[in-house]
Design a protein. Sequence first.
Length: 390
Amino acid sequence: MERQVSSCAEQGSPRRTWRVQLATLLLVGVSLSAWPARALDAQLLQPKRTLTTGAAPGCDLAPIAADQTTPRNNAEARRLAASAQEAALVGDQAAARAAFVRAAALNPTDERLAYDLARAHEELADTLPAIGSYCRYLVLAPNGTEAADARTRLTRLVPNDARQRAEDASVAFRLGLGFMDEQRYDAAVRAFDEVVRLAPAAPEGHFNRGLARSAIGERDNALADLETYRAAAGTVEERLATARAIDVLRRPVYSPSAALLRGIVPGLGQYYTQRPVRGTLVLAAVAGALGAALTQQTTEQIIPYVDPNGVAAPYTESSTERKYFVPGVAAAAGLTLAAALEALWYANRSQRGASILDRSGARSATPGGFSLTPTVLRDGRVAVAFRTSF
């Protein structure tokens, strides 16, 4: 019996197609592993440990800035100061104050003029200007000969609620620092909320609240707090360090779970993490692998046949098969899984690189036992929290 087999009508060359797809897969794999990613090193900051509420409690009530428009003239300032003292000796307090005001404008860095002007304001029962001038004296000479007297007079002049507000702000600030050290950032945010409410002019409240907010993922609110602090920062170094941290907060951050779930669709995890070129390569490689898996090979075989009359009547039998179905599907599934895991890794890396808080000084929670710790409720009240761990 004669048997002939011939190959024809092949829908694409499967061997050649598979080699092309394999080369594409290798190219994408190399690009995913070797393509350098953008550096995500963060600017790490530590919380501020000192709250700046002014030279003394209540100094935020009447801040006084030096007059920068009047030219300095120390000689004229001394003459006016002498004239003011003479007017005070004869009981003309209004003339004395007017002369001291002019003298302080001509020599704004003279602490003695600031103190004498404060006394003149106080003699005329002008409370807020007196507070401002006493505070200016304490800024110019915190340990000066009249510093103790200035603080005593401020204690008498500053309203009780203002002093209490300054003390409450200091307590809330220390409480927030304790929460930061214990890595209880939600409680720290509430504590620093209270600091900002009680002492809005103190930039450290905004700074520490920004760090705590960044630790719990409130990046937009943290950005606003750090922008506020940068505008009030006292040195160029602090402004630059804060600006670098702000740049870190503006970088995109991705959810690892969202990246992994989107990675079920080939390349979508890379699109989610804003890397469309990689996503396109992954999608093309998976499509190529599936194309190779679905490529059909048609084979025609001549079957010899003799009919009942003894006449030879051979016929052609065609068969179709997908020779690379299993390896193609396996390659597509493997590449999809690898791309999803890569998107997960990139999302995790973006979150690590997005941290601006230096946690080196933070204390870990006690492994077991219980503790009583102060806390700040959402309505601003201070309470004691009972904590236990096993």
